[in-house]
Design a protein around this ligand. Structure first.
Ligand SMILES: [Zn+2]
Length: 357
């Protein structure tokens, strides 16, 4: 047992290479190559680890046109792969997570009034938050028009079409809380994004994020590289792989102080992510999947989900007159007892709640 614990997470080694672009966090010019990845048939790039700050990112980075093409292809691929029932289940799950998050704020005596969510997806996480704080006003920012349309029609949120890397002046000092769940692994320039978020917050505002543990997330690509010596497939644009220590240091540099910072969910770790050299854990060897095929042909197979919010939330435990029931059930489904320091780089996801200093 002691032996095994010493191996988790495994140290990774890559050959020293010249980077095309400097590290976006610390501006370092050298790097270690962890893997070669094909982003669809759009771009071949490398995962490069910074020897100074340990951040792993795509080098060269995807440009905006490549990202939006791949994201559209992925959106279509995922819509076809996941059934309508599964989509709705995910929405309800996110609603419950929003409820749990809302109550965790309440227990800290935090009551946000103006909330900005970056990349809201279905918008049901913020809907859960709004269930706890009925007076909260939600604004969502996304680059995808369909996502914004859905959020307006389902939730009546205010919408802004923009990417998190670009500063939106009318958002400055406007929000008590900014939410970015499963977003920061996708952004081109994390330094810029955190600066923007800080500027959007009111004094003493809060920033909540969720992001994969970079060490486990890159493990599948690392394995493909060391076990097959081939490029691996990258269909979802994870272009950043965060080191727990490096991320917390960056957040502090950007003017945030930690309230909650932990990793949870050890299922992936127990299965071997981050330490076990097993072919089953590899990312598939790249087939250079054709993005245009999905965008031009498969798109016709998508059927829209025309359900109202009232129908989606028609669950026995969602009761506006007995909110305690909603809370107890949501906690029962989603509360994580095991909380680990992200600096150990163990566990599936990193949860953060930070305060603007
Ligand atoms: Zn660096």
């Amino acid at each position: 047992m002691k032996n095994l614990l010493g191996k988790i997470p495994a140290a990774i080694a890559g050959k020293l290479v010249e980077r095309e672009e400097n590290c976006r966090i610390c501006n370092e010019k050298t790097g270690e190559q962890i893997a070669v990845v094909d982003y669809w048939d759009i771009k071949t790039s490398r995962l490069i680890k910074c020897p100074k700050c340990h951040h792993i990112q795509l080098d060269p980075m995807l440009n905006d046109a490549e990202t939006s093409k791949g994201c559209l292809a992925y959106y279509i691929e995922e819509s076809l792969r996941i059934s309508k029932e599964e989509h709705i289940k995910n929405w309800i799950r996110n609603f419950r997570r929003g409820v749990v998050f809302g109550y965790s704020l309440k227990s800290k005596k935090i009551s946000p009034r103006f909330v900005l969510e970056l990349g809201p997806g279905s918008g049901y996480f913020s809907a859960g938050l709004q269930f706890v704080f009925p007076n909260a006003e939600i604004t969502v920012m996304d680059v995808n028009r369909e996502v914004l349309k859905f959020n307006r029609e389902h939730h009546s949120y205010k919408t802004i079409q923009e990417i998190p890397d670009n500063f939106v002046p009318e958002c400055a000092v406007n929000f008590d809380l900014v939410i970015a769940r499963d977003i920061i692994e996708h952004v081109t320039d994390i330094s810029k994004v955190l600066t923007n978020i800080n500027r959007y917050l009111t004094p003493n505002g809060y920033f909540h994020f969720l992001t994969p543990n970079g060490h486990e997330d890159m493990w599948k690509h690392y394995l493909t590289s060391v076990l097959t010596n081939s490029p691996s497939e990258l269909l979802i644009n994870h272009v950043n792989y965060y080191d727990g220590k490096g991320l917390s240091k960056l957040l502090m540099q950007k003017g945030f102080s930690p309230v909650d910072y932990y990793t949870y969910n050890l299922k992936t770790t127990l299965r071997g992510a981050g330490w076990k050299k097993n072919k089953k854990l590899m990312s598939p060897v790249s087939k250079r999947t054709n993005a245009d095929f999905f965008i031009n042909e498969k798109v016709q197979e998508i059927s829209s989900i025309d359900l109202t919010k009232k129908h989606v939330l028609n669950q026995w435990y969602v009761q506006s007159r007995a909110t305690w029931l909603t809370f107890v059930y949501s906690i029962f489904k989603h509360f994580s007892i095991v909380r680990i320091n992200p600096e150990l780089n163990v566990g599936h996801e990193i949860y953060g709640l930070y305060k603007k200093e």
